[in-house]
Design a protein around this ligand. Structure first.
Ligand code: ADP
Ligand code: GN1
Ligand code: MG
Length: 378
């Protein structure tokens, strides 16, 4: 994509001022992101994104979801002390023709947001405060959407976190073995298949109505929260997968990136270690923001989400590896296998510590419930 192509696209958005510089931005695996620097520093910078329409087939539906969710969140922020609709909720920039996204001459789909000044996102969590802030961010996001009907949102990727469907896709990839990689992944495959039935529990509890379907983010890795001054959480981003889901999905996917001392694709598996203080801090933040909406059953299943989400990620990475790397961006041959191995190692450690994690969640939950009942009595 040349700079002149990019400027043709930029000029079709309702952008204030003049854009003086464009740079590739972020570390996402799906979309392409650009930071647009405004020549006038009193006007906003912008974030332009090319939406991956091989992954998101219904871009119009996706943009309507995002617009609806942002309008709901902005209204909530306006009515909440200490919140600011401009700073704490993403602002979508429409096209000059009033549409939410545009299609370029090559069929590429584009959208733009205000760039949140003086914020950072982290691929890796360092401090307990950051983990706490992540919990507050994703917890308040879920709470603020608890009164919006999930049926109003389209499924931007059908069965996105449906583990039964993900295992079927893995099975198809195994049988096709389209690029001849199956013989090199026998150990990883056995590890995943041995656990398949036990990983169905959340889905089954959801299907029988024991777990409520709510609006969830579904991609709560830690770099999808922007932190501002003093690492205070400012804003939840990356809303492409906001759709109906279960609370344990958001809790589990956030913990996947927060508790792991190594990176998501760590090559040296000995570097994958659990950081329990970070887990506790995130749990505290998340539960304190969701204590008035979560049911006891949801709290009971949070630890299962912690096991399920890295497991599902391993299933998805391995499927993509077997399919010849057609879904996630990769930086080298074998990257998806390396990611699979790192997630499997994480699942191993999480299984060993599952009881401890469950006890931490229970302890935090009881403390928060006690605190809120004391406040009510007072
Ligand atoms: P992806 O789907 O590729 O992960 P994101 O929407 O998460 O795309 O954006 C990629 C990165 O760009 C984020 O991790 C964050 O660092 C940055 N970013 C995204 N939106 C904004 C924004 N509105 N303001 C500032 N930074 C942003
Ligand atoms: C992708 O776009 P990004 O990098 O935030 C993926 C998530 C995975 C994540 C793993 C639409 O998220 O589901 O959890 O990679 N998004 C999609 O890092 O598949
Ligand atoms: Mg992202």
């Amino acid at each position: 994509m040349t700079n002149s192509d990019l400027y043709d696209i930029i000029n079709k958005f309702n952008i204030q001022g003049k854009i003086g510089g464009v740079k590739i931005y972020g570390s996402g695996h799906i979309n392409d992101t650009y930071l647009l620097k405004n020549n006038d520093s009193s006007l906003p910078d912008y974030l332009l994104q090319k939406i991956n329409n091989h992954v998101f087939k219904d871009v119009d539906g996706l943009m309507l979801n995002i617009d609806l969710v942002l309008r709901h969140l902005k209204q909530k922020a306006q009515n909440t002390a200490g919140m600011n609709a401009e700073l704490n909720v993403l602002t979508l920039v429409k096209c000059k023709d009033g549409r939410l996204s545009l299609v370029d001459d090559n069929g590429g789909h584009w959208r733009a947001f205000h760039f949140m000044k003086d914020t950072l996102s982290y691929d890796q969590v360092i401090t307990e405060n950051q983990a706490l802030q992540g919990g507050l961010a994703f917890g308040s996001f879920m709470s603020a959407l608890a009164d919006l009907d999930p049926a109003l949102l389209v499924q931007t990727i059908p069965d996105f976190l449906n583990i039964e469907k993900r295992l079927k896709d893995l099975n198809i990839a195994v049988h096709a073995d389209s690029v001849g990689r199956l013989s090199s992944v026998r150990d990883e495959l056995s590890f995943l298949l041995e656990r398949s039935s036990k990983m169905m529990n959340i889905l089954q509890l959801g299907n029988t109505g024991i777990l409520p379907l709510r609006i969830t983010h579904n991609d709560t890795k830690f770099n999808n929260v922007l932190l501002g001054k003093d690492d205070r959480f400012q804003c939840v981003i990356d809303l492409d997968t906001v759709m109906p889901g279960y609370a344990a999905y958001d809790f589990g996917d956030a913990i996947r990136t927060i508790i792991n001392q190594g990176s998501e694709d760590e090559k040296d598996l000995s570097k994958i270690r659990l950081n329990l203080p970070l887990f506790t801090a995130f749990t505290r933040g998340f539960l304190s923001e969701t204590s008035s909406i979560l049911t006891e059953q949801e709290v009971q299943t949070l630890v299962e989400g912690v096991l399920l989400l890295p497991y599902m990620q391993a299933v998805r990475f391995l499927t993509d590896y077997l399919n010849g790397d057609v879904y996630y961006k990769i930086n080298a041959e074998g990257h998806n296998l390396q990611r699979t191995r790192a997630q499997i190692q994480l699942v191993r450690l999480l299984e060993e510590h599952a009881e401890e994690l469950y006890n931490i969640i229970q302890k935090e939950w009881i403390n928060i419930k006690n605190e809120s009942s004391v406040i009510k009595i007072v």
